[in-house]
Write a protein that binds this ligand. Sequence first.
Ligand code: ADP
Ligand code: MG
Ligand code: ZN
Length: 180
Amino acid sequence: MILEVICGPMFSGKTEELIRRITRAKYAKQLVLSFKPNMDNRYSSDEIASHSGARENCFPVVDATDITDIIIQNKKSFPDLIAIEEIQFFDQDEFRNLISFLQTQNTKAIVAGLDMDFAGLPFENVTFAMGVANRVDKLSAVCVKCASDATMSYKKTESSQRMEIGKTDIYEARCYRCWS
Ligand code: ADP
Ligand code: MG
Ligand code: ZN
């Protein structure tokens, strides 16, 4: 397996970049299988969808084990590229099992996710993926307060729920100074 990680805060263009790499692979006539956790139903239930409107069909899955199952079911036409969106939402043990499985396969995997939660604590699956990856890209958004590079996801509501799904209604991109 070759593993690439795309990470950064909310609105940093992770999904756009994932879709760009999927599109590029398809131009190269590669077989691509794309996945996302089904709890991310913000813009679509069966597409990877960016804040700016880009979309790509995918399998919505409940957990990371489903991804292994779907890949094995497709064994006759094994994918050249496996694209996985929002990896921070998967159970940690199941995500590690998925990576272990992929490591035994002759394929490329590109995973996208938040590097940190709104409290600035790293998301474990992304940290793990970064550790074993061949390539890591950390993207930044634009701080809504001062327009410098934003590395943090600021939560606008009182809720302290770590995995809360939202868009600009709940989150905004901020630089560290404006976030803290
Ligand atoms: P991510 O997956 O990282 O949350 P997306 O790829 O879905 O990001 O969306 C990125 C797009 O979000 C940008 O191209 C831009 O159109 C839009 N956007 C909205 N707010 C911001 C912001 N504060 N900084 C940068 N881009 C933003
Ligand atoms: Mg995204
Ligand atoms: Zn700022």
